[in-house]
Ligand binder design. Structure first.
Ligand code: SF4
Ligand code: SF4
Length: 462
């Protein structure tokens, strides 16, 4: 039995729910993966203050989205607080996406006073060495953490964003712990899209479709217990995985978990409900403004520092330019957006997929791979109709990743126990179990050793 979903395709009168606005290309960092290919100084092409305020008027005239001021580094703009205050005055929910390194006490005071409802800061590793190598500026990790703490001290809601790629996938559990220790309200992982500078590092840093599957299944497991808003951004297949896991849990007679952690629901205040084929409702968070996978052009758009409108910041197919056409007209009438709002136009396996209405695949990764933004998502391991309910829980146990190197002989059943854990924590498991074996004078490791190590208190092994 496959699981076609009864969620309808996006309609033409959808309003924007999240607008990412690249207020400037100027930035003080040189991140390896940057979409913006940032320049050192604010670009002369950046929109004037007057044009920015006018754009806010245009947006507020027909919608009330969350407006995320991003860059480059938005704090490079001298008028960024004027823009934020104006948006707040116009009834928009303003958010700031910053690298955090420029947030000294004075800037933190100004951010708090400008009415921002949330500030997101990127941490691309659990430690300074990993983050700084990615950001290409020594000291940027410590500066970002210090900025985050200043914001928390002022009562600001803080979100941590992490771009997941080969260099840091094995640190995800540690980054999650760090976000909790820092008191963040939200932790969003972003799966790398090979765009901008990301094109150059794409092949080297992209993880495989199967590894995405493992990460997203692990993410689902974490969402059941972590009291924080956890969101997998630009991983549209996470919505397919969540439905598969929940339906699978129901088949096994377990109480299905809600889509979000209990803490998230408390913060969200209310939840939306999507309906599954059996007529039952599944809750989904309202606060994170996500009701399905890829929202590019349906609930989300991106406005460049020059005023061009794109479906998202990673899909370089322009829908219009606010300098020459009203924003509402672009949002409602652009052919690019019309295509993206029609899942029946999806190609390849996404077009055949029973989950296409809640997932759609990443249109930017499809575009980067093929030049056709309606082509199939290249980093999804799912084959439409392939997985049946009841098999789904095995998905994250079938990695194409090799067993980490061992220093003590491991039996086949012990290796199998490791293979049942996500690829990115296996090295840690092996090292923990081998340390346990050495402490206890064991010359080899079998499944019993693994189980005993787990009993000792390490919860990494399934
Ligand atoms: S196309 Fe969709 S999933 Fe891909 S980067 Fe853009 S918004 Fe994210
Ligand atoms: S095949 Fe496409 S629509 Fe189906 S789950 Fe994968 S990415 Fe989503």
């Amino acid at each position: 039995m496959t699981m076609p979903l009864s969620i309808p395709p996006a309609s033409a009168d959808l309003l924007p729910r999240l607008i990412f606005w690249e207020t400037t290309r100027g930035c003080n960092l040189r991140c390896v993966h940057c979409r913006a290919t940032a320049t050192e100084l604010s670009s002369p092409d950046d929109l004037s203050t007057e044009t920015c305020l006018n754009l806010i008027d245009q947006i507020a005239s027909f919608s009330r989205p969350i407006l995320i001021l991003t860059g480059g580094e938005p704090l490079f703009r001298k008028d960024i607080f004027e823009i934020a205050s104006y948006g707040t005055k116009k009834g928009l929910r303003m958010a700031l996406a910053t690298n955090g390194t420029l947030v000294d006490d004075d800037v933190a005071d100004k951010i708090a006073a400008a009415g921002f409802q949330r500030v997101s800061i990127s941490l691309d590793g659990a430690d300074a060495a990993t983050h700084d190598a990615f950001r290409m500026i020594p000291g940027s990790f410590d500066a970002a953490v210090a900025g985050l703490k200043r914001l928390r001290a002022r009562g600001m809601s803080v979100q941590i964003n992490t771009t997941v790629a080969k260099h840091n996938a094995d640190q995800l559990p540690q980054v999650l712990k760090l976000t909790q220790d820092l008191g963040a309200d939200a932790f969003h992982i972003f799966l790398l899209v090979p765009v901008g500078c990301g094109v150059e590092i794409g092949q080297e840093q992209m993880i495989s479709a199967r590894q995405y599957e493992e990460i997203l299944n692990w993410w689902y497991d974490q969402s059941k217990t972590v009291m924080m808003d956890l969101k997998a951004t630009c991983a549209p297949h996470y919505f397919r995985i969540r439905v598969q896991r929940i339906m699978d849990e129901k088949m096994r007679g377990e109480t299905p978990q809600p889509f979000v952690a209990p803490g998230t629901q408390a913060k969200a205040g209310h939840v939306d409900v999507v309906t599954t084929p059996d007529g039952q409702g599944l809750p989904t968070p309202a606060l994170s403004a996500m009701t399905r996978g890829c929202l590019a052009g349906t609930g989300v758009c991106f406005i460049s520092h020059r005023g061009e409108v794109f479906p998202c910041g990673y899909l370089p197919v322009a829908a219009g330019d606010v300098k020459s056409r009203p924003f509402e007209e672009i949002w409602r009438d652009s052919p690019v957006f019309a295509n993206l709002r029609n899942p029946h136009m999806l190609g390849g396996k996404c077009g055949q997929c029973e989950y296409k209405f809640i997932c759609e695949g990443c249109r930017a990764r499809a575009y980067a791979q093929t030049g056709d933004y309606m082509a199939e998502e290249p980093f999804c391991a799912y084959e439409p109709g392939e997985r049946r309910v009841g098999e789904i829980h095995d998905l994250h146990m079938t990695s194409d990743s090799p067993m980490p190197e061992t220093t003590i002989p491991w039996s086949e059943d012990a290796r199998a126990a490791v293979a049942r854990s996500p690829f990115f924590i296996r090295a840690k498991i092996v090292s923990f179990v081998e340390a346990y074996a050495r402490e206890n004078g064991l010359a080899s490791i079998n499944a019993g050793t693994v189980a005993a190590a787990r009993c000792k208190g390490e919860s990494l092994v399934r």
